[in-house]
Design a protein around this ligand. Sequence first.
Ligand SMILES: [Zn+2]
Ligand SMILES: [Zn+2]
Length: 375
Amino acid sequence: MKVSMKSCWFWIGLIILACSGLRAGEVRQEVQFPNLPGYVTLACDLHMHTVFSDGVVWPTVRVNEGWRQGLDLISLSDHIEHLPHKKDMKIKLNRSFELASASAADHGLLIARGAEITRDTPPGHFNAIFTSDNEKLNVPDFVEAVKQANEQGAFVFWNHQGWKGSEKGKWLDVHTKIYENKWLHGMEVCNGDSYFPDAHRWCLEKNLTMLGNSDIHEPDLRQKSEPANHRTMTLVFSKERTLPAMKEALLQGRTAVWWKEQVIGKKEYLEPLFKESVHLLGEPVWREKAVWLQFENRSNVDLQLKKTAGDGPAEIKLPAISTSLVKIEATPEMKSLNLQYTVANFIIEPEKGLPVAFEVNKKTATAKTAENTEP
Ligand SMILES: [Zn+2]
Ligand SMILES: [Zn+2]
């Protein structure tokens, strides 16, 4: 059959389009948290599964989902030892990453090669991210597998610490061994719908990186990340949006976890994150018995502030990505306001919110006026 050049280019074009994994009309909506001084705030999910272990989706689908929901970095951490589809398909341990890579590049989504080292408890399940060859982690001895991952320069964390088995959640000698060798870098404080307070405490005590991941096996049908409906994810405070910079930030522990309606992290990161998220707009409006303030919340979280001392109502709610008008009871003699609150859903230790304070001075507005009216 004679094929014209024109139709030949048409088919080549179609094949390129099919390989890229891009679909016209796909829409991305950003995860919205402000940057910190010196760092960009990026959204990651470093724990998910595909048909190459016990997930039920093809690897490129994870790229579409992650890109659509505003993620910056994903890792397809298929199990090394748990392969229920191996009778139906040939499983190679690097294959899910290889299949997803081209689509991720086309979407501008970062993807890191990774795997889940899956052993009974103890020791439990561990993710190795930024590996170079997952096949080399397929060894009988657990400690050897973690060592192999580290020799490849991987970032290793303990998954869903309180999950399953009689020894579940316990810190045992095997954990001490990998920790003391500096082969364990973080822990999942949150996995899917679960929160692990012990993991949270150990991250603080042992200076491990806090992570939150979806561990998703099914398709994720969410169109975007919303305050009350988003996947569990890790916010990474990175020097730039590149794989080496993200790895550096993860190894240095510059993270926070966005889990349900809470952000969980070390105070040193939640404090600036709050500062960059919440701004007092304009001048306060002073009336005889009240002061009106406008608070802008630039984060994706509906912030819940509870009063600890000073002026202001018992509770202040600041919905995500919006500005709220707040009324503070006052007297005509008052010259300034001192608001002291705890951000109940910015968690710096188990069951402890972030303390914050605002000083609002009456003089600022009046002083300017007085200056302007001077002859
Ligand atoms: Zn697991
Ligand atoms: Zn998993």
